[in-house]
Ligand binder design. Structure first.
Ligand code: PEP
Ligand code: MN
Length: 362
C-alpha cells in the first residue's frame, strides 16, 4: 500500500511529468556552499523543477577538475531537503550508480561521453536492474543515432520505465559557432522513434557560451521539446568547469521569462482549420516534389544508358560543380540555406548515382 502510494505521488514522478521540465544547476558540484546557494536561488525563481550537478566529471584531458566525487553527494541531499527539488546526477560506472542511489539521487543521467561506449552503458544498465529510478540519456558526442538508440535499448532492457533523452549536440573538429553542433534533425528523428519519451534540450553544451543560449532555447521550445537542462552557477565566471556557458539562477529565470512558449495543440477551431489548409498545401507540394524527383531519377537512368553505351564514367565532377553553383545562387536568392542546399543536393546526387550504377551494372 505504502509503495503504491509513493509510486503515484512521489515528488520525483511529479517533477518528471512537468512540462516544460526545467532542470538546472551547476556543471559541477564544487563546494557545499556553492551547491546549497545555487539550489536555493534556483528554487527561489519558482521556474525550476529539478536540480542538476555533476559529481563525477568526464574531462577530455587529465589535470582538469574531475569532479568532487562521492563527497558531494550529501550536499545534494541537503539541497533537496532545503528546496524540495529532486536531484539529478551523471553516472558512468556501476559504482557511481550505487553511490548516487545510496545518497537518494532521484534521477540519473548518462553523459555524452558514456553513451558512445556500449560497455559503459551496459555496466550502468546492469547496475540499474531492479531499481526504480528515471534515467536520462544524452546523445553520444558523435552524430550516430543508432548508438543513442542502442543506449536507450540497453537501459530499457534493464527494466527502467522512465527514460528521457537529452539533446546536447555533436562535437566536430575545429572552432565552430557552437561548442557542439545541434544537428536538430537527429534529435527530431529520435523524438519520432520514441514518441513517449520526454526529449530535453541542453543548450548549455550545444552553445558553450552564454550569448546564444536564448536562441537555442527558443528553437527547442518551438520544436516542442519537453524540457530544458541548463547549467547555472552562483558565480559563472569562476566555475571550476564550463565557466563560459553557465549563467546565474536569476539570469536563467529572465531567459525563461523571455522565451515564447508556443502550444503544440491549438484550441481554437478557426485557427485549426487555417492550419489544416496550410498542411494540405504542404502535402500537395510534397507529393509533387516526390513525383518530380522520381522523374529526375528516370532521366538519370537514361543518362546511365548513354554513359554505358559510350563508356563514360558516372561521376563527372565539372558537371556536378556547375549544377551546385547554379543551385546555390538560385536557392539562396529564394531563401534556402546553404546548409540545406548542400545536404539536399548531396542526397539527390547519391540517389542519382545509384540509379545510374544500376543501369551500368545491368
Ligand atoms: C554535463 O552535463 O556537464 C556534461 C558533462 O555534459 P555532456 O555529457 O553533454 O558532455
Ligand atoms: Mn558541463
Amino acid at each position: 500500500m505504502d509503495t503504491v502510494q509513493q509510486a503515484t505521488t512521489s515528488p520525483v514522478q511529479e517533477a518528471w511529468n512537468k512540462r516544460p521540465l526545467i532542470i538546472s544547476g551547476p556543471c559541477s558540484a564544487e563546494t557545499e556552499e556553492q551547491v546549497l546557494a545555487t539550489a536555493q536561488r534556483l528554487a527561489a525563481t519558482g521556474k525550476v523543477n529539478m536540480l542538476r550537478a555533476g559529481i563525477w566529471k568526464p574531462r577530455t584531458k587529465p589535470g582538469l577538475f574531475e569532479g568532487i566525487g562521492a563527497k558531494g553527494l550529501p550536499w545534494l541531499q541537503q539541497a533537496k531537503k532545503l528546496t524540495g527539488l529532486p536531484v539529478a546526477v551523471e553516472v558512468a560506472t556501476a559504482k557511481q550508480v550505487q553511490d548516487a542511489l545510496t545518497f537518494d539521487v532521484d534521477v540519473l543521467w548518462i553523459g555524452a561521453r558514456t553513451t558512445v561506449n556500449p560497455f559503459s552503458v551496459q555496466e550502468v544498465a546492469d547496475a540499474l536492474r531492479g531499481v526504480d529510478v528515471p534515467v536520462l540519456i544524452k546523445n553520444p558526442i558523435n552524430p550516430d543515432l543508432e548508438l543513442w538508440a542502442g543506449a536507450v535499448e540497453r537501459v530499457a532492457r534493464a527494466g527502467i520505465k522512465n527514460i528521457g533523452l537529452i539533446h546536447r549536440g555533436f562535437s566536430s573538429y575545429g572552432n565552430t559557432e557552437y561548442r557542439n553542433a545541434p544537428m536538430w534533425h537527429l534529435a527530431i528523428e529520435m523524438k519520432l522513434r520514441h514518441p513517449d519519451m520526454p526529449v530535453i534540450n541542453d543548450p548549455s553544451h550545444i552553445c558553450g557560451r552564454r550569448d546564444i543560449l536564448l536562441e537555442v532555447m527558443q528553437k527547442a521550445v518551438d520544436l516542442d521539446y519537453d524540457g530544458l537542462m541548463i547549467e547555472s552557477h552562483i558565480d559563472p565566471d569562476n566555475a571550476w568547469s564550463d565557466a563560459k556557458q553557465q549563467v546565474t539562477p536569476e539570469v536563467l529565470a529572465e531567459m525563461l521569462d523571455t522565451i515564447i512558449w508556443r502550444k503544440e495543440d491549438i484550441e481554437s477551431e478557426a485557427l485549426h482549420a487555417a492550419l489544416e489548409k496550410l498542411r494540405q498545401k504542404i502535402n500537395h507540394l510534397d507529393d509533387e516534389l516526390l513525383q518530380i524527383l522520381a522523374q529526375r531519377m528516370k532521366i538519370a537512368e537514361q543518362i546511365g544508358e548513354y554513359k554505358k553505351d559510350n563508356n563514360i564514367t558516372i561521376l563527372q565532377t565539372n558537371r556536378w560543380n556547375e549544377i551546385l553553383e547554379k543551385a546555390f545562387q538560385k536557392g539562396e536568392k529564394n531563401g534556402l540555406s546553404h546548409e540545406f542546399l548542400t545536404r539536399y543536393f548531396d542526397a539527390v546526387h547519391m540517389e542519382s548515382i545509384n540509379h545510374q550504377k544500376k543501369i551500368m551494372d545491368a
